[in-house]
Design a protein around this ligand. Structure first.
Ligand code: SF4
Length: 360
């Protein structure tokens, strides 16, 4: 019989937990016990250190051919609020970020119907011209698949061209929830979960690292979350290419799913999800609390629930904020350091590839 004690014994012995055990943890009402177990796993791996980085997000366009039901960000080209940055605007944002000490530019955007593949290559080159030291983490697996069709190249050929132009690694967006029944309701036009994983396998095969996400707190079940993490753990066993797992809390405003009156995850659900992820994903080095969507206070408390990464300074985030995220657009380095210290932990500034830059 599965009990908290039997799972705890396994975890303390360094053994992997099963899907059934992960489901048991999700359904446990003892949040503190689940959190303590996750904190123990994290302490064993990462001690008291908590990572953050100094980065800037650039969402180059919100014009998108898809219409995902949870997305408040996309517009069609003729809708009010549709925008596309030109290369000068990209350069200005990268220059400003570099001057402020950013080490990473994070670029994701809509699937624009008319931009040529060259635009994406030029966008990467533009950032690298500002400084070759800026790491460009760009394009979800969904965008990579779209770009490969646009370029008429294989995924491997597309990645090679993007790497040549300056791509350094990939973020983990577009994963949403892999389970087909839910995914078909959330984002029927988006590539399947299988395809997302297959593209990521090619990304890792090309020597690029990536992140992995999961959108939670909407219409998915606990079993769907376990299924999602199961597929990630399996791929990570094969490639080792994922750097971090980032559960993204669903935001309810301005999107069709919001109209279904889905409130998004509460604090207990968010903390439990992060904790179960830390326990289940034994082959992931890092679990991130993405403060933009979780809220600063929940993200800080998450540091006692198995989390060891708080993302970065971000500066200009549109996707979560369009959907109602109530967090600020940016956090200064000092604010993040203070937030981590007040949680009794040691702030460590990292680069995109998790090399330590400075211990505070
Ligand atoms: S989630 Fe991404 S792919 Fe879906 S509509 Fe929004 S921008 Fe487009």
């Amino acid at each position: 019989m599965i009990t908290l004690a039997s799972i705890s014994e396994k975890v303390h012995a360094g053994e992997r937990i099963t899907d059934e055990e992960a489901l048991f943890l999700f359904e446990s009402r003892d949040l503190i016990a689940v959190g303590e177990l996750a904190a123990a796993v994290n302490r064993r791996r990462n001690g008291d250190r908590v990572f953050f980085n100094v980065n800037r997000h650039i969402n180059h366009t919100n014009i998108c051919v898809n219409r995902c039901s949870f997305c408040a960000f996309y517009r069609t080209a003729d809708q009010p609020g549709a925008y596309l940055y030109d290369l000068e605007e990209i350069r200005n944002r990268a220059t400003e970020a570099h001057a402020q000490g950013a080490t990473e530019i994070h670029i994701v955007g809509g699937l624009h119907p008319d931009l040529p593949f060259d635009f994406y290559l030029e966008m990467l080159r533009t950032v690298k011209e500002v400084s070759p030291d800026l790491h460009v983490k760009a394009f979800t697996a969904v965008e990579i698949e779209y770009l490969s069709k646009l370029a008429g190249l294989s995924v491997a050929g597309t990645l090679a061209a993007l790497q040549e132009a300056g791509l350094g690694s990939l973020p983990g967006g577009g994963a949403e929830i892999f389970a087909p029944a839910v995914r078909n309701r959330l984002c029927p036009e988006k590539i399947s979960g299988e395809r997302w994983l297959a593209v990521m396998e090619e990304v890792h095969g090309a020597g690029l690292k990536s992140n992995a996400t999961m959108l939670f707190g909407h219409i998915e079940s606990h079993a769907d979350r376990v299924d999602h993490m199961h597929r990630l753990r399996e791929l990570q066993d094969r490639t080792g290419g994922f750097q971090v797992f980032i559960p993204l809390a669903f935001q309810k405003e301005n999107n069709p799913l919001g109209h279904l009156k889905r409130p998004g995850p509460g604090g207990v659900d968010a903390l439990k999800t992060l904790a179960v992820a830390r326990i289940y994903l034994d082959n992931f080095a890092n679990i991130k609390a993405y403060w933009v969507m979780l809220g600063l206070k929940t993200a800080q408390v998450a540091l006692s629930f198995g989390v060891n990464d708080l993302d970065g300074t971000v500066v200009e985030e549109k996707i979560g904020h369009d959907a109602g995220a109530a967090t600020p657009q940016t956090m200064g380095r000092d604010d993040i350091v203070a937030l981590i210290r007040k949680a009794g932990r040691v702030p460590v500034e990292r680069d995109t590839l998790y090399n330590e830059l400075r211990v505070y």
